[in-house]
Each structure stands twice: as C-alpha cells, then as structure tokens.
Design a protein around this ligand. Sequence first.
Ligand code: NAD
Ligand code: IPM
Ligand code: MN
Length: 354
Amino acid sequence: MSETKKIAVLPGDGIGVEVTASAVTVLKAAAATAGLSLEFEEFPFGTDCYRANGTAFPDATRAGCQGADAVLLGAVGSANPTNHDELGLLDLRKALGLYANLRPIKVFSELAHATPFRAEVVQDVDFIIVRELSEGLYYGDRTLTEDRATDECFYTKGAIERLARSAGTVGRERGVKVTSVDKVNVLATSKLWRATFTEVFANEFPDVELEHMLVDAMAMIAITHPGRLGVVATENTFGDILSDECSVLAGGLGMLPSGSFGDPGPALYEPVHGSAPDIAGKGISNPIGAIMSAAMMAEHSLGAPAVARAMEAAVTAALADGARTADLARNGEATVGTQAFTDAVLAHLASPVS
Ligand code: NAD
Ligand code: IPM
Ligand code: MN
C-alpha cells in the first residue's frame, strides 16, 4: 500500500456540490481497486460561505489546501455574481501560486454525434488549452466611477516565460505543435507575449513547432478545424472564453476537466463549468468534467496514471451503455440524473483488490 495522499475537497456552490460528490465516489472506487490510499477532507469555500461567514475563502480552507497533496474544487458562484470576492477563486489561485491552467478538449467517440457539429469536424479533436492564470485582466487595478471604468491588463515577462515553458513541455510530451494565441495587432501585452514565446521556444524548445494566431481567428478555427490543434497557449481572459467555446466540441460545458499548476505546492483540479444556478438542486448535472478532473489529479498529483485510465475507461463504458445526462441527450434520447450516471460509471470499475 502506498503512502496516504491528502485531498482537500471544496464542493463550493450549486451543482459544484453534486458533481464533486460524484467525482469523489468514482475516485474512491478506482483508488480502492488499485490499492491507492487516499484521505479526503472537506472545506467551506465560495458564495454560500461568503454569505454565511463574510469570506469566501476562510483561513482554515487556505491552510487545508496548502497542506494537501491536491485540491478538488466543484464550482462557485450564484446567479448574480457582482463581486469576485464572493467567489474566492482568484484568491485561492493566488494562495496556491497557480499559473498554468490545463484544459484538455477530448471528444469521447460515443458523443461525436451529440454535438451541434458534423461528426467529421469533432471526431479527431484532442487538444489542450494552456491558460495563463496569474496575471492579465484578472489581477490588474480597477477603477469605477459613475461615467468611467477601467480594468488594467498587465503581463510580466517572467509570467509569460513560465507559461511558455508549460506549453512547450506539454507540446513536447504530446508530440504536437503549440499555437500561441494573442491580439498582437492591438495590445501591448500581446506584443510582449508574442516576443517572449518566440524567444523561449527558440532557446528551449527548438524541437517543438510554434505558431502564432490572433484570438479572433482562433475563435473561428476552433470550430472549423479543431482537429488541427495540439496545444493552444493563451493569456488569462482569452483562455477563459475560448475554453467555454471549445467545450461544445466535446458535448458541452459539463464535459471539460481542468488542472491548475504552480510550483511548488498542490495543484487544483476542477471542472471548467460554474455553479449552474439554472439547474442546481435538480440532480441533473453532468459530472463528467468533475470525474475527469479527479482523473487528472490521479495522474498528475497522486502518482496513479493507471487509476486515471480506469476512471476514463469507466466513463467511456457508461457512455457506450447509453447513459446520458440531460445536457448530452439528443433527439429524444432517454436521460439519467447525476446519481444514476455516477452509478453507471461505478458499475465499470472493477471490485477492490482484497
Ligand atoms: P455555468 O458554467 O455555471 O453554466 C452555463 C450553462 O451551462 C448553464 O446553462 C448550465 O446549466 C450549463 N452547465 C454548466 N455545467 C453543467 C453541467 N455540469 N451539467 C449540465 N449543464 C451544465 O456559467 P454561468 O451560469 O455563467 O455562471 C454561474 C455562476 O458560476 C456564476 O456565479 C459564475 O461566476 C460562476 N462560475 C464559476 C466557475 C468556477 O467555479 N470555476 C466557472 C464558471 C462560472
Ligand atoms: C473559470 C471561471 C472563472 C474564471 C470565474 C468564475 C472567475 O469562469 O474558471 O473558467 O474566469 O477564471
Ligand atoms: Mn470560465
């Protein structure tokens, strides 16, 4: 039996609670099968926590995350998010020093016909967005008066360099080209971004192909020729928007997992979607993004790639059996709720090793 790994669990708000419960159950089952010893501890975080305690990110949650081997987050937020303090997410990312947010876009072949796209457009899609998470519009100064508002967008060379290294490393591991996305025809931050990417790749990744693309063109290519993409590396805001767009290739926002990395310290794993107030509490949310986030955790933070593969295989098998949450169903297909979908996944995980 391996040494016990500690996982901090932050279910958060809305459907975050449902999909996290599903992901933890599936991870526990897959880990038991592989003899991987895990300890889970839940912490309050997010908008409900803010309303109850005046902070979305209590000190005990911060300490619990910093002391864990990895953090699993559901989602945070309410129907009317007006203040990012209510979410706690930007503070959590900062507290853990996270800067590279990896968002894989992979199409389960069982769902290739379940998207608004022709099957031949989506069937070979298997790329990854590497989103910068520590600077840009998210962390700049803001001003707001009655008739004028500003949001500073800043980037430092060091932050771009480390993100370029993350993207280059992923490109090298996957043996694919890296497309760096910017708005160099307008933005100063993009000029520094493009020059820095060019320099880092020339010096450190001469074996990895680098291309540059303007973000407006990328928004189009992402849905016309997504099969041509390998690694899409971009700044904070562009990465946020492009990932929701690209989720549609995989069947919808409920499908995408993510992992956010800094060094050193625990990584954070969470589905790309939010708290979905429109469906929260109904038990119909799609837990695949959360389950696959836990699979990414098994691979990257728990030293258990076989557990990750088993979880992915079980999700694939549940889809092959025809299990579909409402967001994935097409043409009158029968649907199952979050719990029944989770049970369908669990049915494909082997019994624990005795
Ligand atoms: P959202 O991602 O919560 O939902 C967008 C749409 O996608 C909704 O129609 C929702 O029902 C659907 N959807 C999302 N996830 C789904 C799932 N797993 N299964 C089925 N359908 C799913 O975005 P929103 O409604 O714009 O934002 C709601 C709140 O979530 C806001 O407060 C926002 O700030 C927050 N948010 C948080 C995160 C996060 O925690 N990482 C991410 C995005 C948005
Ligand atoms: C995401 C979310 C967050 C972001 C919000 C809730 C602050 O949309 O993780 O994609 O923009 O980073
Ligand atoms: Mn987002």
